[in-house]
Design a protein around this ligand. Structure first.
Ligand code: URA
Length: 235
């Protein structure tokens, strides 16, 4: 792989930024300084040092984020803040994107990766990966709603939802629930409650497949998945 590509893939910035870094004489490969990024290096074998620190090459990056409200699940937008804006520049590996979407006003578990294959596995409707949400609902959520969600509700576009598991945590003027769905239609949770004449006031994703949001992550914080977490979604 070209040295400049390796540096860009490893989060050292855009092509221009990588060029500058090289020019500044801070990049060594196997003990020799390189100012030109066109040389080929084997990321598995070469010892690349950037500003005195050894580069640890990882082909793919997997980040768990506790998404705050006010950010869209996209990689760029002309007007709105995206979840990538929450990452430190050195953590923005090339090709990183959010695997799955949360609405701008939804909080919680978001996986960011540059592993397209894994993202596809998690998001493919055929795989039925369960996603669990916590929500506050305007109105009283009832046993009847549990039954309805179990049997599938008809959304306003006539789509019938797959069986979903609704758990009432607190029922009242404002109810609190957990809902597990195995699909990911646009605004699905909000539209499912609309189908039973209720409104979602607050929504947070708690888990995706076997991966649970690390509750020590504050809103806007993120960390890489551990190897055991990665195993949970790779198998
Ligand atoms: N369902 C919604 O309505 N919104 C989300 O952000 C995720 C699921």
């Amino acid at each position: 792989m070209r040295l400049d590509k390796l540096l860009a893939n490893s989060g050292f910035g855009t092509r221009t930024e990588v060029k500058k870094l090289l020019k500044s004489g801070l990049v060594y490969v196997d003990g020799k300084m390189y100012k030109d990024g066109s040389i080929h290096v084997d990321p598995e074998k070469s010892n690349v040092i950037v500003a005195g620190e050894s580069l640890v090459y990882k082909e793919f990056v997997y980040i768990m984020m506790n998404k705050p409200q006010g950010y869209i699940s996209a990689t760029e937008d002309q007007y709105l803040k995206t979840v990538l804006d929450l990452l430190a520049p050195e953590d923005i590996a090339k090709g990183l994107f959010p695997a799955g979407r949360l609405d701008r006003d939804t909080e919680g578990f978001l996986l960011l990766t540059n592993d397209g294959q894994l993202a596809h596995q998690l998001l493919s409707p055929k795989k039925h990966v369960p996603k669990t949400y916590f929500a506050r609902i305007d109105g009283e959520v009832t046993e009847e709603d549990i039954e309805k969600f179990k049997n599938g509700v008809i959304l306003e576009d006539d789509y019938e939802t797959k069986p979903a598991d609704l758990v009432i945590l607190k029922s009242g003027v404002v109810s609190e629930i957990e809902l597990t769905i195995t699909e990911g239609k646009f605004h699905q949770v909000k539209r499912m409650f609309e189908a039973v004449d209720k409104k979602v006031l607050f929504l947070k994703r708690l888990s995706m497949g076997k991966l649970k949001l690390d509750d020590s992550l504050q809103l806007g914080e993120y960390r890489e998945l551990t190897d055991s977490e990665l195993n949970l979604i790779q198998n």
